[in-house]
Design a protein around this ligand. Structure first.
Ligand code: HSE
Length: 432
């Protein structure tokens, strides 16, 4: 590399502007750490006339076609901050093929097409770094890739999506419905106008696939990952969770079970006493359990210009240090082997069930029997009168169970749905 580290920046949104602010405000500090400055050589912009809070860096060439960055001989590192699967893919592919390092925050693209892009980077001997793609400012990629490299990772468990955590936190602290909490999140700029990626668990799923690669060195196809979002979580279930001393959180988890990877993203109940249950608002956290280190927990901001810019810059600085060959996946193979996946129906966890049923003799016994018939053992049961409708003939009956297999849960639910006294779709949540 030259006396300057010259980056080509594709995308100048929140993260691109955050990165630029840090590069400008901490220029001397960065140069001291690196021994040479980082300069934005070119910026690819869709609309060069748009008003932006942060100005385009002095001296940066503005281009309209991001692919120009990939072929500019004066650029050392292409920084992809556009997002999406189209142009971002073309840019990253072309940059890697042209022998340039790439830094990206694009979890969706790496979850969908990482296998191919990492193989290309390995073939070309260049870096494809992505610290910012998992939980924004939290340095979990580097932690798994380098700091915990000698550990067999037993479990990775995280609150990987700030938008859904904000919504669930508001539902819990203010008793809001999902819709009201979503509106609040949109007003505060945490949720997009179309919140699907966040609230349906897909964004967390993209991040979990990347974490599985880093923790286990296996490729886990995104379309095989069981995912449930938070749109079905109700204030009533959050209130019951509190009675059991729990919070409801959208949890992404991967762990080794008998040599196979069990993974998924689901809203789960977890004890208030867990550190993860104390993660509120738009914050993220990841808990890693290694065989040597034990439990390690990282907590911080998973989005936003400066926190995410901080992670992008760390990758740029790491690549700019020259020296050892880039370490993209944390494993030497050009292609990671496919994951040995525990079939989702074998997944085992404690469960919470809520059934809205007619209040009449034999109902509780029939529900308990349906669970017992498939081998699910009940841990606690609650039937309470709804104070707002004390004379209602429809009541919620809540069961907490011991460990139950997903296959048995589905069988029990199928049988219970068919019972004539069951008046609404049963609710069920996993318990962490
Ligand atoms: N939209 C994400 C979140 C941040 O709410 O956490 C970027 O992945």
């Amino acid at each position: 590399m030259s006396s300057q580290v010259r980056i080509g920046l594709a995308g100048f949104g929140i993260v691109g502007q955050g990165l630029t602010s840090i590069l400008t405000g901490s220029a001397q500090w960065i140069e001291r750490r690196l021994g040479r400055p980082v300069a934005v050589h070119a910026v690819a912009l869709r609309d060069p006339h748009k008003q932006r809070a942060v100005p385009i860096p002095d001296g940066a060439r503005v281009v309209s076609n991001p692919l120009e960055l990939a072929q500019d001989p004066d650029i050392d590192i292409v920084v992809e901050l556009m997002g999406g699967l189209g142009m971002a893919y073309d840019l990253i592919r072309l940059a890697l093929a042209s022998g340039k390092h790439v830094v990206t925050a694009n979890k969706h693209l790496l979850a969908e097409r990482g296998e191919e892009l990492f193989a290309l980077a390995a073939q070309k001997g260049v870096g494809l770094y992505y610290e910012a793609s998992v939980c924004g400012g939290i340095p979990i990629v580097q932690t798994l890739k380098e700091s915990l490299a000698g550990n067999r990772i037993l479990a990775v468990t995280g609150i990987l999506n700030g938008t859904s955590n904000f919504i669930l936190s508001r539902m819990s602290s203010k008793g809001l419905t999902y819709q009201a909490a979503l509106k609040k999140a949109q007003k505060k700029g945490y949720a997009e106008a179309d919140p699907t990626l966040d609230v349906e668990g897909f964004d967390a799923a993209h991040k979990l696939v990347l974490l599985i690669r880093l923790a286990y060195g296996h490729d886990y196809p995104l379309n095989k990952l069981p995912v449930t979002g938070i749109t079905g979580v109700t204030p009533l279930d959050i209130a019951y969770a509190k009675e059991f001393g729990c919070q409801v959180k959208l949890i992404g988890q991967a762990k080794m079970v008998d040599g196979r990877i069990m993974a998924g993203v689901h809203p789960m109940m977890l004890s208030q006493s867990y550190l993860l249950a104390q993660v509120h608002g738009a914050f993220n956290a990841v808990r890693v359990v290694g065989d040597a280190v034990g439990a390690v927990m990282l907590y911080g901001q998973g989005a936003g210009g400066l926190p995410t810019g901080s992670a992008v810059l760390a990758d740029i600085m790491d690549l700019a240090r020259d020296g050892a060959a880039p370490n993209n996946t944390g494993f030497p193979e050009k292609m990671l082997p496919p994951a040995d996946i525990l079939p989702p129906e074998e997944e085992c966890s404690r469960r919470y069930f809520r059934f809205n049923v007619e209040d009449k003799p034999g109902v509780l016994a029939a529900l308990a029997q349906a669970l017992g018939d498939v081998g699910i053992s009940i841990y606690q049961v609650v039937q309470k009168v709804d104070p707002s409708a004390p004379d209602s003939n429809i009541v919620p009956i809540v069961f907490m169970t011991h460990q139950a297999k997903q296959r048995d849960v589905e069988k029990a639910l199928e049988n219970i749905r068919a019972m004539p006294f069951v008046k609404a779709e049963p609710v069920h949540l996993r318990v962490l």
